[in-house]
Design a protein around this ligand. Structure first.
Ligand code: NAP
Ligand code: GDD
Length: 324
C-alpha cells in the first residue's frame, strides 16, 4: 500500500483528493492546522479512513515530523490562504503560507527523502493581467494580488527544486474549480447559496461585486483527478488544467437562477462597490491541450451542469437545516 500526505486536507480540494486516493488504495495522511473550533466538516465522513496529523506549513519542523510519520511516496501541497479577496488584508501571512510555506515543504522533502513526489497547487491567478488568451504553460505571468505574487514564489520554488536537485516536483496550474464544498466567500458558492435561499423564501436578493469578470470554471472532483495524473507521469512537468471556456459572473448568475426556473434574475441581484477589488483579474481562460495529450485528462461538466449541482446541493443543505 502506498502512503500519501495531503496538506489542506480540510479544504474543498483536499477532501475530494482524499476520497479519490482512498478509492485507489492509498493510505491517506492529512495535515491539518490547529484551530479553536473543529474545521473538519468536509472530511467528517473520512475521519475513520484517514490519519490526521497536526501541523502548519509555516512551521518547518511540523512538516518534517509529518514526513517521518506518514512516509509518503506522494506529497500534495494544497494548503493555502486561498481567497484572493482576503489577500489584500493579509499580504504578509498570505506570503508566509502560499509562498514561503512551499519552500518549507520542498526543503523538508529534499532533506528527508528527495524521492517523494511533490505536487504544488499553482493557479491561473499567476496570469493575472493576461498577456495572451487562452493561457497555456508558456504564457508569461503578471499576478494582480498578494495571493497571486505569493503563489508565484511557490510556482518558481517548485520549478527550481526540480531543476536544481532533480526532484519530482510539479505544478498544476489550475483554473477555477467549484463544487458544493466550495467556501461560501467565493463567488460561485455565494451565488448558489443565495439562489437556494431565494428559492426557499429565506432571502430576497444577492449582493455581488463585478459581474463582468470572466472565469474558466470547472468541477472540483475532476480537477483532483488531474493532480493525481500529474504525479503518475514519468517526468515531472507543469500542467494547465482548465475547461477552455470562459463565462462572466453574470452568466453564472443567469444559469444559477435558471436552475430554479427564474429567468428575470436581474431583479434579485444587487451590486455593491465593497465587493470590488483593488486590482481585478478581468478574464481567465485556459488552454489544457498539454494535459489532454499527456495526462489523457479533459473536463466534462459544463457551466449549466455545474450550477445545477451547486444550487441543488445548497437547497438540500438549507432544507435539512445544515450550515454552509
Ligand atoms: P480551500 O478550500 O481554501 O482549502 C485550503 C486549505 O489550506 C484548508 O484545508 C486550510 O485549512 C489549509 N491551510 C491554510 N493555511 C494553512 C497553513 N498555514 N498550514 C496548513 N494548512 C493550511 O482551498 P481549495 O479551493 O481546496 O484549493 C486548494 C489549493 O489549490 C489551494 O492552495 C488554492 O490556492 C489552490 N487553487 C485553488 C483553485 C480553486 O479554484 N479552488 C484554483 C487554483 C489553485 P483550514 O481548513 O484550517 O482553513
Ligand atoms: N468572492 C467574490 N464575491 N467575488 C466576486 C463577487 C463577490 O461578491 N462579485 C464579483 N466577484 C468576482 C471577483 O471580482 C472575481 O473577478 C471573480 O468574481 C471570482 O472571484 P472568486 O470566486 O473569489 O475567485 P477568484 O477567481 O478570485 O480565485 C479563485 O480561483 C483562483 C484560480 O483562478 C480561488 O479559488 C483562488 O484560490 C484560485 O487560485
Amino acid at each position: 500500500m502506498k502512503n500519501v500526505l495531503i496538506t489542506g486536507i480540510t479544504g474543498q480540494d483536499g477532501s475530494y483528493l482524499a476520497e479519490l486516493l482512498l478509492s485507489k488504495g492509498y493510505r491517506v495522511y492529512g495535515y491539518n492546522r490547529r484551530t479553536s473550533s473543529q474545521n473538519t466538516t468536509r472530511i467528517t465522513h473520512l475521519l475513520d479512513k484517514i490519519t490526521v496529523l497536526y501541523g502548519d506549513i509555516t512551521d518547518s519542523f511540523s512538516i518534517y515530523k509529518a514526513l517521518k510519520t506518514a512516509e509518503p511516496v506522494e506529497f500534495y501541497n494544497l494548503a493555502a490562504q486561498s481567497f484572493v479577496g482576503s489577500s489584500w488584508d493579509l499580504p504578509e501571512s498570505t506570503c508566509e503560507i502560499d509562498g514561503l510555506g512551499v519552500v518549507k515543504c520542498l526543503e523538508a522533502i529534499k532533506n528527508y527523502n528527495p524521492e517523494i513526489k511533490f505536487y504544488q497547487a499553482s493557479t491561473s491567478e499567476l496570469y493575472g493581467k493576461v498577456k495572451e488568451s487562452p493561457q497555456n504553460e508558456n504564457t508569461p505571468f503578471h499576478p494582480r494580488s498578494p495571493y497571486g505574487f505569493a503563489k508565484m514564489m511557490g510556482y518558481w520554488a517548485t520549478v527550481n527544486y526540480r531543476e536544481s536537485y532533480n526532484m519530482f516536483a510539479a505544478n498544476g496550474i489550475l483554473f477555477n474549480h467549484e463544487s458544493p464544498r466550495r467556501g461560501i466567500e467565493f463567488v460561485t458558492r455565494k451565488i448558489s447559496y443565495g439562489v437556494a435561499k431565494i428559492k426557499l423564501g429565506l432571502e430576497k436578493t444577492i449582493t455581488l461585486g463585478n459581474l463582468d469578470a470572466k472565469r474558466d470554471w470547472g468541477y472540483a472532483p475532476e480537477y483532483v483527478d488531474a493532480m493525481w495524473r500529474i504525479l503518475q507521469q514519468k517526468q515531472a512537468e507543469d500542467y494547465v488544467i482548465a475547461t477552455g471556456k470562459a463565462h462572466t459572473i453574470r452568466d453564472f448568475v443567469r444559469e444559477a437562477f435558471a436552475a430554479i426556473g427564474i429567468n428575470n434574475w436581474e431583479q434579485y441581484v444587487k451590486t455593491d462597490a465593497k465587493f470590488l477589488r483593488p486590482a481585478e483579474v478581468h478574464e481567465l481562460i485556459g488552454d489544457a491541450r498539454k494535459a489532454e495529450i499527456n495526462l489523457k485528462w479533459k473536463s466534462k461538466i459544463d457551466l449549466s451542469e455545474l450550477t445545477k449541482i451547486m444550487v441543488n446541493a445548497d437547497i438540500e443543505l438549507i432544507s435539512k437545516g445544515e450550515h454552509k
